[in-house]
Design a protein around this ligand. Structure first.
Ligand SMILES: CSC[C@@H](O)[C@@H](O)C(=O)COP(=O)(O)O
Length: 348
């Protein structure tokens, strides 16, 4: 069995969190130490750490850091201050529900504690639990995902739903990491993922590190590539899945799902149970983050669009459930009818 050759993107070090700086990849493999609540908030907003599960894990550790930094002995005041830190972290990015899911777990543990010291210990334990569970979850997603892909398959993906976007292995990329361990040949086509290029900077880098056969294309080449390279399946991650299966993921995902339907190939979403938001009946009401216009008008510090051009920069889109062949979770594979099957699957 070959060892997964990618670094952990998040590590807990008692006084600080160490993250892989995903802004610098692939040119530099740099690790950053986050000591304060503000460091953690900034790392999430600026995409130094990104990907739904990784955001949740980092925020959970951030809440633990913030609690540990408090010099407050009066328990009700301590609780109020930690809650404030949790709300602050929750305001960092709006779409990935894993952020709120992880912070809710942290808040529950906080409220259930009875002293300041007990709360501090419990918060660290809960954040570590969230991290460790995610590694196991992603491995399971990988196993189920791999069971859907015939050896020799050519598979397209977008964004980076990989090991560095989770505790380890990833969601959409987990089957590829496991295929290396199990010696099963698969070929991946990675869309570069404009505007901030998670596909070229992160997925291409991660899969190459792991020894996966990966080919990079621009987003506009997807239709031609599916046709001429005989792509067998598309697999993507998710930031939030509504109760009816509508799925928010990196902008461009919806377009790939439409292409999958046109070409008659399966379109799979891979995500942990923590990415489902059963409080939302449909994807229509998933909040879609709009990011700063410089992500589109500039590459690095170089302007590539006219001054003052109007810009629309949604970071995510919502793929309607009827375009999704199956949703792969750590508990198994969900097929339509999603309205009926998701609830049953998630509450297993
Ligand atoms: C396992 S990560 C799943 C999703 O979070 C991923 O596909 C994605 O869209 C990430 O967007 P990002 O803006 O890079 O955080």
């Amino acid at each position: 069995m070959q060892k997964l050759n990618i670094p952990y993107s998040i590590q807990w070090n008692e006084t600080h969190i160490t993250i892989l700086n995903q802004q610098e990849l692939p040119l530099k493999t740099e690790f950053l130490d986050l000591y304060t609540l503000e460091d953690v908030f900034d790392s999430i907003v600026t995409l130094k750490v990104r990907g739904a599960p990784a955001i949740g894990i980092t925020a959970a550790f951030g809440a633990a850091l913030a609690a540990n930094a408090l010099n407050e002995e009066h328990f009700p005041v301590f609780i109020a201050k930690v809650k404030e830190s949790i709300s602050y972290l929750a305001s960092s990015r709006p779409t990935a529900v894993n952020l709120f899911w992880a912070l809710n777990r942290m808040e529950s543990v906080l409220i259930e504690s009875t002293t300041v010291n007990e709360a501090k210990t419990n918060l660290v334990h809960e954040a570590l639990k969230i991290f460790l569970e995610d590694e196991e979850t992603c491995r399971q997603i990988g196993e189920y995902g791999l069971s859907l892909l015939k050896p020799g398959s050519q598979v397209m993906t977008i964004c980076n739903a990989g090991g560095i976007a989770t505790a380890r292995y990833g969601t959409a990329l987990a089957p590829f990491h496991l295929s290396i361990e199990k010696n099963i040949p698969l070929k991946v086509y990675a869309c570069e993922t404009r505007p901030v290029l998670q596909g070229s900077r992160l997925t291409a880098w991660e899969l190459m590190q792991a020894g996966v056969d990966v080919t990079l294309i621009t987003d506009s080449m997807a239709a031609h590539t599916i046709k001429t390279k005989e792509i067998n399946a598309i697999i993507v991650g998710a930031d939030r899945i509504a109760a009816n299966g509508d799925t928010a993921n990196k902008v461009g995902t919806f377009g790939l799902a439409v292409l999958a339907q046109h070409f008659g190939i399966p379109f799979y979403v891979a995500a942990p149970s923590s990415t489902f938001d059963l409080t939302l009946a449909t994807g229509e009401i998933i909040p879609i983050e709009e990011r700063k216009e410089e992500e589109i008008t500039h590459i690095g510090n170089t302007r590539i669009a006219p001054n003052d051009v109007a810009v629309f920069n949604p970071a995510f889109d919502v793929t309607p459930n009827e375009l999704i062949t199956a949703i792969i979770t750590e508990k198994g594979i969900i097929y339509p009818d999603y309205e009926e099957n998701i609830h049953q699957h998630i509450t297993l």
